[in-house]
Design a protein around this ligand. Structure first.
Ligand code: MN
Ligand code: MN
Length: 289
C-alpha cells in the first residue's frame, strides 16, 4: 500500500513540475486569471491526473483560496505578486505545490518564502520534530525582515483529503509531532510584510463536501450528484453546470458543503508562498514536486 501511495504521489508530483514549467508563459500582465486556471487544470488532466483542488491564483495580499469564477474577466497586472498553488491527484493520492511569481519588485519577499522552504526541508528526516521545521521557517523569514503567516500551515495527506495531520506550523511551536519514515507532507511557508495573519475577505469560489446528507430541493440534489465525484476534495463553483448562490449557501448552512473563503493578509500586507510535497526518508526528504 505505502509503496503504491508513494508511486502515485511521485507521479502526481512529476505532473505538477511539468505544469509549473508550462504555465510560465501565461504569467504576465494582461492574461486572464481564468485562462491560467483553466490551462493548469486542463494540463493536469492531459498529463494523466486530476486536479486535487481548483487552481489557486492568489494575488498580492490574498494568501490562499482564490480561484477565478465562471466568466471572470480579471487579469494579471504589472506589479502583482502571484501565488500559484496547484494540486494533482491519482486515485485520491495527492501532490501539492506552490510557487510565487513576481510581476513587480518583490524579490526579497519571495526569496524569504523560498529560503524558508529550503531550510524547512533540511529539517526533514524520520524522527524529526515538526516544531523544528516551524522554527527553521520562522528564522529564515524573520532574518529577511518579514513575518511568517501564522494561521496558514503545512499538512499531511489522506486519500481524497488535501489537508490531514500532521499540521506543520510556519513558526516555532513549543511542541510538535515526530515525523515517521514514509510519511508524505506538504511544507508551505508564507512570508509577508504585513501583520503575519490572514482573515476571510468575503469572496468564495471553492467548496468541498462534508457529508452527503439527503436534501429536498431538486437543484441542491443536482449539485450534489454533480460533485459526488470529487469525494472530499475541494471543487470550484465554476466547475458546476449551475450553482445558484442561494442553493450553495443553503448547503453550507446545512453542513453539507464546506466553504473556503479567500484568505487575505489582515493588514493588506503582500504575501509570498513556496510549497513542496515531500516524502520523509530515513535521513532526509525526497521532494516530489
Ligand atoms: Mn498548496
Ligand atoms: Mn498545501
Amino acid at each position: 500500500m505505502t509503496e503504491e501511495v508513494h508511486e502515485k504521489t511521485i507521479q502526481a508530483g512529476k505532473i505538477l513540475r511539468t505544469v509549473k514549467e508550462e504555465v510560465k508563459h501565461l504569467i504576465k500582465p494582461g492574461v486572464k486569471l481564468l485562462e491560467i486556471a483553466e490551462f493548469v487544470e486542463g494540463k493536469i488532466i492531459e498529463l494523466g491526473a486530476e486536479p486535487a483542488f481548483p487552481c489557486n491564483i492568489s494575488l498580492n495580499s490574498d494568501a490562499a483560496h482564490f480561484t477565478p469564477k465562471r466568466g471572470d474577466e480579471r487579469v494579471l497586472k504589472e506589479g502583482d505578486i502571484v501565488k500559484l498553488d496547484i494540486g494533482a491527484h491519482i486515485d485520491g493520492i495527492i501532490a501539492d505545490t506552490a510557487v510565487t511569481f513576481d510581476l513587480g519588485d518583490n524579490t526579497e519577499l519571495i526569496e524569504a518564502a523560498e529560503n524558508a522552504l529550503k531550510s524547512a526541508i533540511q529539517e526533514v528526516y524520520a524522527g524529526a520534530d515538526t516544531s523544528d521545521i516551524g522554527k527553521a521557517i520562522e528564522k529564515e523569514i524573520r532574518e529577511m525582515g518579514f513575518k511568517p503567516v501564522i494561521n496558514l500551515t503545512g499538512h499531511g495527506f489522506l486519500p481524497y483529503v488535501a489537508h490531514a495531520p500532521p499540521t506543520i506550523f510556519n513558526y516555532g511551536t513549543e511542541r510538535g509531532v515526530k515525523l515517521e519514515e514514509g510519511m508524505i507532507i506538504a511544507i508551505e511557508p508564507f512570508a509577508t510584510n504585513g501583520a503575519g495573519k490572514v482573515g476571510e475577505r468575503g469572496e468564495t469560489e471553492i467548496y468541498s463536501v462534508i457529508s452527503m446528507k439527503p436534501v429536498r430541493m431538486k437543484m441542491a440534489r443536482q449539485i450534489l450528484s454533480e460533485v459526488e465525484k470529487y469525494k472530499t476534495l475541494p471543487f470550484a463553483k465554476r466547475w458546476l453546470k449551475k450553482a445558484p448562490e442561494i442553493i450553495i449557501g443553503k448547503l453550507v448552512r446545512e453542513g453539507v458543503l464546506r466553504s473556503y473563503p479567500v484568505l487575505a493578509e489582515i493588514e493588506k500586507g503582500l504575501v509570498a508562498q513556496a510549497e513542496h510535497t515531500v516524502i520523509v526518508e530515513e535521513n532526509g526528504a525526497k521532494i516530489v514536486t
